[in-house]
Design a protein around this ligand. Structure first.
Ligand code: GUN
Length: 292
């Protein structure tokens, strides 16, 4: 069994980015700059954004964290995005999701200039992905592709099942994995909450990507011998024995499934770290597009 280690694979991506930033600095040019917007104080979002900012620093990017209260008016947020769109010193903008209920997510995503949309959620980027045109690919699916590339996981002609149809992970992942790419050339089945024969489909799959946020939902009896298992779920589960009061759990019952899988990602230490690698890669690409 190969452990698809996000720490190792993301370190390799980050080393390449760091080298590029060093060259940028040697040329006396400004470094890539990411602006992250965080609304409210949801614990998980706080952790994710802090990690994104920390990783920017690690590779030599500049970053700016902009915080708003949970009750911020939608217009104030949209005005800030507009200001960042027009700021030549900002290369990438991300608004951490989920948003408070009174703010329309689609409006916010569409307010970000597609060239600065380093999450790849804008319909222009989503459309480009579907048509195989160069654009910005959402960070998690991109990170998973980088993981496949790092571990030379051959996906060609394989049966892949993706569980979850969000525009953040499942749907773009289904497009990438079904493309004619070196690491994405599979026959893809996209499953969701109304899929009636999920277990049956899982048992036929050579590759399973689970992004449903149901802790330890995928058990060993749901997977084929030697399947490749990619766990996107990161759910906080109460745990009185831990200092933080919670433990992170993936969608996959790791200890059981690892005995049957040919390759598997851990949680934490798997896809989450690759999402950050994907975001950094997108930010660098946005910078390079702007500067060239
Ligand atoms: N919330 C959960 N995943 C993501 C992500 O990839 N980007 C943003 N902006 N918010 C998220």
């Amino acid at each position: 069994m190969i452990l698809l280690d996000g720490k190792v694979a993301s370190a390799s991506v980050k080393e390449n980015i760091k080298a590029t930033v060093s060259a940028i600095i040697s040329n006396n040019q400004r470094v890539p700059h990411l602006a992250a917007i965080l609304i409210g104080n949801d614990g998980a979002s706080e952790t994710y954004v802090a990690s994104k900012v920390r990783n920017c620093k690690e590779v030599g990017f500049q970053s700016t964290l902009i915080r708003f209260d949970n009750n911020v008016e939608e217009k104030v947020l949209l005005d800030k995005i507009n200001e960042l769109n027009n700021d030549d010193n900002i290369d990438g903008i991300l608004v951490q999701l989920p948003l408070p209920k009174h703010i329309q997510e689609a409006k916010v995503i569409q307010a970000i200039h597609p060239d600065k949309d380093v999450d790849g959620f804008h319909p222009i980027n989503a459309g480009k992905l579907v048509q195989g045109l160069p654009g910005i690919i959402p960070a998690t699916p991109l990170g998973i592709m980088l993981l496949f590339e790092h571990y030379k996981i051959d996906t060609k002609g394989k049966n892949a099942i993706i569980i979850g149809r969000s525009y953040i992970v499942g749907r773009p992942m289904s497009v990438l994995l079904s493309s004619n790419l070196l690491y994405g050339n599979s026959t893809v089945t996209l499953c969701h909450s109304y899929t009636s024969n999920l277990k049956e489909l899982c048992l036929q799959a050579d590759i399973i990507v689970s992004a449903i946020g149901k802790p330890e939902f995928i058990k060993a009896d749901m997977i084929k011998q030697n399947a490749i298992v990619i766990d996107v779920g990161i759910t906080r589960v109460n745990d009185v024995t831990s200092v933080k009061g919670f433990k992170l759990k993936g969608d996959v019952l790791f200890n059981e499934v690892k005995e049957k899988a040919s390759a598997i990602t851990p949680v934490p230490g798997g896809v989450g770290l690759m999402t950050i690698a994907g975001l950094l890669k997108n930010t660098l690409a946005a910078y390079q597009k702007k500067m060239n």
